[in-house]
Design a protein around this ligand. Structure first.
Ligand SMILES: Cc1cc2nc3c(=O)[nH]c(=O)nc-3n(C[C@H](O)[C@H](O)[C@H](O)COP(=O)(O)OP(=O)(O)OC[C@H]3O[C@@H](n4cnc5c(N)ncnc54)[C@H](O)[C@@H]3O)c2cc1C
Length: 448
């Protein structure tokens, strides 16, 4: 059977899952083009002193079905361990664990607002469909179900930390779906003895290689050459030009627009935030014990501090503690994002001193800038369509299409599978992959 020539733009998890879906169904001419030297995109890894680390904190979410399915498929799910972690909220120089009743009582918010906060969380835990909140803001959601006091104390700072925007610009559906997911209160997963995102990316890369997908890593797509209402060729930075019957764009929408070189009003509204992320290792002891600390006073350069060993005690070298100090910034044009490495690392060391009261003495530190992390989920955000509205042979995949779900490795994988499945269907082919993912359940639920 002759099958279409498919070029997948971007070897992040969504692009890899789209390629896998097509190749698993017997399509023989699938090529993934990835700018980075390794596959995996935002879920990528770096090596230091013989150990592997994520570019920024990553944990496995126990309700992330797409991720759990792929971990099982690559034989890694049996190695996953689950741990209940401590998350702290740092406000006015003090740290609070809002899941701890004593800390919750001493948190600076009136008792009435605390009860309203519990009511908000309970309502969000129960509600799973957030379509009716698509046009409304996170501020409206919190004010209506909690109250302005709850918003001012908790959600205004969190919206600033996540998007560098006020709560009334952020989508109510996004916040509601995120609270419904209960990321903070359920156990999180990791793989002992390794960095799990490397296990995942290596495993999925291996799957697509065995399915005979061609991979062009370390190569950028520089232009898409049109032929009327379709794309005929994909031009690469090494001068090669790939003929394409079908194209999957699994790059951020801003990159896709640039490659097309034409205006796309439906994509222009999508604006990406950026991330600055530093990994530090140290032999110092860090107290109190926590995994995730939100720096909610907004008095630091960083938005959050993560002690990666608190989730995965085996990460990094023996006797070392591995910290991730990171900032979400409004866009890659942000001044902080564009400072020199030494300046940013010094700013994060100052944050560490402010929070813990002593200087960090790193064994080493490494800085990453992630210029396009996530779209800002503004009030009224709409997922772009899976099929490009003008080009009949172009399909879209990626976490910019999975709103209002939490954007994770699993939603990226599921988005790629959804796109691959639609392409197969448009060409009279079928796959059981979405059903297999939908049916997938953990054999036993993690214990808290
Ligand atoms: C700080 C941080 C924390 C996270 N925490 C978690 C977590 O705890 N748990 C979890 O499950 N997920 C987490 N995630 C989310 C997850 O890693 C990402 O959402 C997911 O990997 C995105 O996949 P994607 O394929 O949609 O996009 P990307 O990974 O962005 O893939 C796009 C790919 O396109 C490539 N590309 C761009 N331009 C070109 C070009 N011109 N030519 C060729 N290639 C190009 C890029 O290099 C990239 O590889 C986190 C992400 C970050 C950044």
């Amino acid at each position: 059977m002759s099958t279409p020539r498919v070029v997948v733009l971007g070897g992040g998890l969504s692009g890899l899952a789209a390629a896998y879906t097509l190749a698993r169904a017997g399509w023989k001419h699938v090529t993934v083009v990835e700018r980075g030297s390794q596959l995996g995109g935002l879920a990528g890894t770096f090596e230091a002193d013989g150990h592997f680390y994520p570019l920024a904190y990553h944990h496995i979410l126990h309700r992330d079905q797409g991720l759990l399915y792929f971990l099982d498929r690559i034989g890694a799910l049996r190695d996953v361990r689950w741990r209940k972690v401590r998350m702290l909220f740092r406000l006015d120089g003090r740290m609070y664990d809002l899941a701890d009743p004593v800390d919750f009582l001493r948190f600076p918010m009136s008792l009435t607002d605390k009860l309203r906060f519990v009511r908000l969380m309970t309502r969000c835990f129960i509600k799973s469909d957030w379509t009716d909140w698509h046009e409304r803001s996170a501020a409206e959601l919190v004010d209506e179900w909690g109250g302005p006091g709850v918003r001012q104390a908790i959600f205004d700072p969190l919206a600033r930390l996540k998007f560098d925007r006020p709560c009334d610009e952020v989508s109510g559906a996004w916040l509601g779906a995120r609270l419904n997911f209960r990321e903070g209160s359920a156990p999180l997963g990791y793989i002992p003895g390794s960095n799990w995102t490397k296990v995942l990316c290596d495993g999925v890369s291996d799957l697509i290689e065995r399915a005979s997908v061609r991979v062009r890593a370390g190569t950028s797509v520089v232009r898409l050459v049109g032929d009327g209402d379709s794309i005929a060729r994909v031009e690469l930075d090494d001068g090669e030009s790939l003929a394409a019957d079908l194209v999957v764009s699994a790059v951020p929408t801003e990159v896709y627009r640039e490659l097309l070189g034409e205006s796309r009003p439906e994509l222009e509204a999508i604006q990406y935030t950026a991330i600055v992320s530093a990994i530090f290792t140290t032999r110092q002891t860090i107290r109190p014990d926590f995994y995730w600390m939100n720096l909610a006073s907004l008095d630091c350069n960083a938005c959050g501090i993560f002690v990666l060993n608190s989730l995965n005690p085996t990460i990094g070298g023996s006797g070392e503690t591995c910290l991730n100090i990171m900032s979400h910034v409004r866009s890659r044009k942000d001044t902080f994002f564009n400072q020199g490495d030494e300046q940013i690392l010094a700013a994060y060391r100052a944050d560490f001193r402010r929070v813990f009261g002593f200087e960090i003495t790193p064994v080493w530190s490494k800085l990453h800038r992630l210029p396009m992390y996530s779209p800002v989920f503004f009030r009224g955000y709409r997922n772009p369509t899976l099929r490009d509205p003008r080009l009949r042979n172009v399909y879209l995949a990626g976490n910019y299409r999975t709103f209002p779900s939490i954007a994770s490795t699993g939603t990226a994988l599921s988005s790629g599978v959804e796109t691959g499945t639609a392409m197969l269907a448009d060409h009279g082919c079928t796959t059981d992959l979405p059903d297999a993912i939908g049916r997938f359940r953990l054999a036993s639920m993690p214990k808290g």
